[in-house]
Every structure is written in C-alpha cells, then in structure tokens.
Design a protein around this ligand. Structure first.
Ligand code: YH5
Length: 277
C-alpha cells in the first residue's frame, strides 16, 4: 500500500496523481543557461501544491513518431532537474526513461521510481533496475514509437496486454525485483487504435488479477482528441473524465498534465465512494 521511493513515500492507500514534467534542454540561445531547469522546478513545486502524489520527469519524447534522444542529451536534460527536486519536494520523483544509464544517474540524483514505457526490455535494464532497488512501472507497447500507430492489430487486446505484462513481471521477479515493487500500465496510445484504447479502459479491472497496482496515462492523448475533435491543449475536461473513469475501474495512479483539475475530480469520486459514517 505504501511504496518507498528512494526515501520518499508514495502512498497508494487512495488513488494518486502523477504530474507530467517534460524537460527540454538548456541552450545558450534562449536567454539563460538555467531557464528551462528553473521553469521545470517551478512547475514541479506547483504540482506538489496542487496535490500531486509524484512527479514524472521525462527528457525523451515518447510521443508517436518522435525521434530517439541521445544518452548525453537525455542526462543533461533530466539530472539537474532531479537534483533540485530531491531537495525541494516532499513527494517522490519518477524518471521516465528506457535507458539503464539514465535510470542509474536519475536514482543517484534522487529519483525514487522508474517509469519505463519499454517495460525494462532494453539491454541491461532489468539488471540495472534490480540493483537500484526502487519501484518500477512496466508499460505495454506494441511495436516501436516511430511506427507503432501505423496499423495496431490485436486478436484480443486485453489478453495480449495481460500476457505481455505477466511475462515482464516474471522477468523482473526472476532478476530479483520483488513483485511488491512493481506497477503495471496498459500503455494507452502505444500501438493501439481508438477501439483498442476504449476496450482497454472499459475492461481495465481485468488487469487487477496480475496483482500489481495499475498506473494509467490518458492525459491529452489523441484518442481524446478523436472523441472531442479538440487539439491537445483543449483536452483538459476530456482528460479529467478519462482519469476519473480509470480510477473508478481500479487505477491506483493516473499520469496527468493537469494536476489541480484531476485532484479535484478525484476528491469528488473519493467522497462518493467512501462508506458513510
Ligand atoms: C503512459 O501512458 N505516456 S509519454 C501523446 C499525446 C499526449 C500525451 C497529444 N509516458 C505514458 O504522455 N508513461 C507517456 O498526444 C508514459 N504511461 C506511462 N507509465 C506520451 C504522452 C502523450 C502522448
């Protein structure tokens, strides 16, 4: 129920919000070397004030079609931010990466959870995560980020994701990562068409049988754009609705851009769900 994230606690006793913090690189041409770093830290502090349970720091864009980021580039983006957040936030920070070198440097800098969209399938990643001994979120993805949305295909989306996550849990446990340190995520939008995403959300509860807390990311994703005909920045209401539906179907953590709005919505859900005194 409580996860120790490198000294800071993620309490999953009630559903929590993971705030998304995308970190862009510092450069000389933008008016100051630390501009981006300071902006990221300010945004993380606001997320904590707004009620986030954890902040997810990412330096590699995993959006469909995105180009990979080089190791040094990713380190330069995320490590300075994580170092500041270690000393300024009470809540834990997760590192959104698939690279074992980034996992190690991030945990060294204070990160308390590894969020890997590649489910520790990169070479050496399971071994590295086992050594670092922090909780890990394993996410399902069909295909590779550059091509995954071209023609997603499933015979049974729930069965295939369930089998994939079971295999990844087993691989982690075999390398010494305790089951209790694992979260699972069906990976909305990662090699999935609209019909797949909708069936996944409808039947999310079925993943509870794997015995790990569920984390889901639906915030501003294109399935919400398809359903509402809105651009990414105008998908807040759709994102809050989707987060609420996910928590109602068993999600323990929702990964979102709009922390304050989502925290408010979850307060209503919690009050209604709570047993009357
Ligand atoms: C996730 O689901 N997603 S990065 C496309 C968008 C909007 C948002 C506008 N990392 C997940 O957030 N980690 C990402 O269209 C994640 N689960 C976990 N655990 C993609 C993203 C996004 C992509």
């Amino acid at each position: 129920m409580k996860l120790n994230c490198n000294g800071k606690i993620l309490d999953l006793g009630s559903p929590g919000v993971m705030g998304i913090l995308n970190v862009t690189p510092d450069s000389f041409s933008d008016g100051g070397r630390y501009l981006h770093r300071d902006a990221a830290v300010t945004q993380a502090l606001q997320m904590e004030k707004d009620g986030a349970a954890i902040v997810d720091v990412g330096g590699e864009s995993t959006r469909p079609g995105a180009r990979p980021v080089a190791l040094q580039e990713e380190l330069d983006r995320v490590i300075p931010v994580i170092e500041v957040l270690r000393d300024t936030l009470s809540i834990p920070v997760s590192i959104d990466t698939s690279k074992p070198e980034v996992m190690a440097a991030a945990v060294q800098a204070g990160a308390g959870l590894i969020n890997d969209v590649n489910a520790l399938r990169s070479k050496g990643a399971v071994e590295q995560a086992a050594k670092l001994a922090v909780p890990v979120c394993l996410m399902h993805m069909q295909g590779q980020p550059d091509t995954m949305q071209q023609a997603p295909r499933y015979d049974s989306v729930l069965d295939e994701i369930s089998a994939f996550l079971t295999e990844r849990i087993d691989a982690c446990v075999a390398q010494g990562i305790p089951h209790e340190q694992l979260l699972i995520d069906p990976g909305f939008g990662f090699g999935k068409a609209l019909e797949h995403n909708l069936e996944l959300l409808r039947r999310l509860r079925e993943l509870e049988k794997l015995g790990c807390p569920l984390l889901v990311g639906l915030s501003r994703k294109s399935m919400l754009g398809t359903l509402t005909c809105r651009e990414a920045e105008q998908r807040v209401a759709a994102s809050v609705a989707a987060a609420l539906l996910a928590v109602e179907r068993g999600a323990s953590v929702v990964r979102v851009h709009d922390v304050a709005e989502t925290v408010d919505a979850l307060k209503i859900l919690e009050a209604v769900s709570r047993e009357q005194r």
